[in-house]
Design a protein around this ligand. Structure first.
Ligand code: NAI
Ligand code: MG
Length: 483
């Protein structure tokens, strides 16, 4: 029988109040691997009450010294490292991502705890004299009760990059993991409890967006919502936070340009361009799905990219040699397949990889890695986020031409630029309206570096010091020193 997983509220494992459950699938086989608590507004109320009480009673903040909050996070990093292989296997099974990529995710989760563990003791305000008789201080205080609503493509990472800075800052925190992939998120309470986090600080509620997520975004007891997911839900969350004026940060999708200039290191640019679309099955918010290639090298590049698609090994994610697993769900598979039809009518299907013929994987949600060439930048496959291994290759003539096309999209999350000409790289980077620009690389997201989008790709930043600041308020304290 599949594991029956519970919510973690106020330091206890509990079923949903109404007792509902939902199935969690292995996307490579369609098999049910667990059931999880189907939380409803009553469960949200319990979690928010507990988090609110913990925060308001003051034993956590300011009662727990910063060095203790930091030590808890440093111990959590060690526990994640100790459990690395088990967590990677769980993540790979739940998401369908190749086991090697899942291991990289878990390594970064450990580092996130370590990184924000280091920050806890460096949260400091400032002071300034106004004149001989007056001064003020600026105190950094936690925003209070913070909520994280997270997606299924990097479940443990997307949770950790919110939980770790929240704990460093002294917030109480409620996590609503994705309904598709709750498994590693439900490991977090065990890790943090073992690391010494007091009961009541961290809570996890599983369930669906409309029933478990939405009530968190309107609840008067919640001060901040950090969301990663689709642009559509991001807009809903911004609206639903308006009545109580919550601090809302949004990490949304993208349709990121990947620009290959004729003077680039060609093999590196090809490999990077392919990885930027095919890693993690293309289920990456910052995937470089619009591959712009200089007209002079365009035909060679398309041929090479098709070779890359054909050489992707699509198969069982737990097999070390697999480089692409299934998509997350039947729904996502159908969504991506519908885009393959749209693409065939709008552009030229240049080539595709294979899906596995292993009968064990016959019910898995696989789609072939696909390259469309001669795509117009206004085509649907060049405008809309597909969230699957689908590349649109678009020719360009000049820097101005490619910058105009790159910016002609509502999204503005990331961009990759491949060239050996430093001036051209910097000029292009400056002209592009995106929160993240990689030069001669694609997709690195070190925890130290801020992450977030321009335009409709989001509001606010995660990771780095910026990701900590979003969990802090500033209190100005004015002091009259006159006799
Ligand atoms: P989604 O945006 O619906 O789900 C993300 C999270 O939000 C989940 O935890 C979900 O339960 C929650 N949620 C959904 N509706 C909500 C509501 N009304 N109030 C509060 N929380 C809510 O994303 P979904 O449906 O899983 O994927 C659809 C598309 O979104 C994908 O095909 C992709 O294009 C995009 N996406 C982008 C991601 C990114 O990293 N930027 C991650 C996941 C999806
Ligand atoms: Mg949805």
């Amino acid at each position: 029988m599949a594991d029956a997983l519970q919510n973690y509220i106020d330091g206890k494992w509990v079923d949903a109040v109404e007792g509902g459950r939902f199935d969690v699938f292995d996307p490579s086989t369609g098999e049910v691997i667990a059931t999880a608590a189907d939380s409803q507004p009553a469960d949200v109320d319990r979690a928010v009450e507990a988090a609110r009480r913990t925060f308001d009673e003051g034993t956590w903040w300011p009662g727990t010294p910063a060095r203790e909050r930091g030590s808890i996070l440093l111990r959590a990093a060690d526990i994640v490292r100790r459990e690395r292989d088990r967590l990677a296997a769980l993540e790979s099974r739940d998401v369908g991502k190749p086991i090697g990529e899942a291991g990289d995710d878990i390594d970064e989760v450990a580092f996130m705890f370590e990184y924000y563990g280091g920050w806890a003791t460096k949260i400091a305000g400032e002071s300034q004299h106004v004149d001989a008789d007056a001064m003020f201080m600026v105190w950094k205080e936690p925003v209070g009760v913070a909520v994280g609503i997270t997606p299924w493509n990097y479940p443990m990472m997307m949770a950790a990059q919110k939980v770790a800075p929240a704990i460093a800052a002294g917030c109480a925190f409620i996590l609503k993991p994705p309904e598709q992939t709750p498994l590693t998120c439900l490991e977090l309470p065990k890790i943090l409890e073992e690391a010494g986090l007091p009961a009541g600080v961290f809570h996890v509620l599983t369930g669906f967006g409309e029933t478990a997520g939405a009530p968190l975004t309107t609840h008067p007891g919640v001060d901040k919502v950090g969301f990663t997911g689709s642009r559509e839900v991001g807009k809903i969350i911004m609206r639903s936070g308006a009545d109580t004026l919550k601090r809302v940060t949004l990490e949304l999708g993208g349709k990121s340009p990947n620009i290959v200039f004729a003077d680039a290191d060609f093999p590196a640019a090809i490999e990077g361009s392919a990885n930027g679309v095919f890693w993690n099955q293309g289920e990456i918010c910052s995937a470089g799905t619009r591959v712009f290639v200089d007209g002079g090298i365009y035909d060679d590049a398309v041929n090479e990219l098709v070779d890359r698609a054909a050489s992707v090994k699509v198969g069982d994610p737990q097999d070390e040699t697999t480089t692409m697993g299934p998509l997350i769900s039947k729904e996502q598979q159908e969504r991506v397949e519908s885009y393959l039809e749209v693409g065939a009518s709008e552009a030229r299907l240049a080539g595709q990889g294979a899906t596995p013929d292993d009968p064990k994987l016959a019910s898995g949600y696989f789609v072939p890695p696909t390259v469309f060439a001669d795509v117009d930048n206004s085509a649907r496959i060049a405008r809309e986020e597909i969230f699957g291994p689908v590349m649109a290759v678009i020719p360009f003539r000049s820097v101005d031409d490619v910058v105009a096309m790159a910016n002609d999209n509502d999204y503005g999350l990331a961009a990759a630029i491949w060239t050996n000409d430093v001036k051209k790289a910097m000029r292009t980077a400056q002209a592009i309206r995106a929160g993240i620009v990689w030069i001669n690389d694609t997709q690195p997201a070190p925890t130290e570096m801020p992450w977030g989008g321009y335009k409709q790709s989001g509001v606010g930043r995660e990771l780095g010091k910026h990701g900590l600041d979003d969990f802090l308020e500033e209190k100005a304290v004015y002091l009259n020193l006159a006799d």
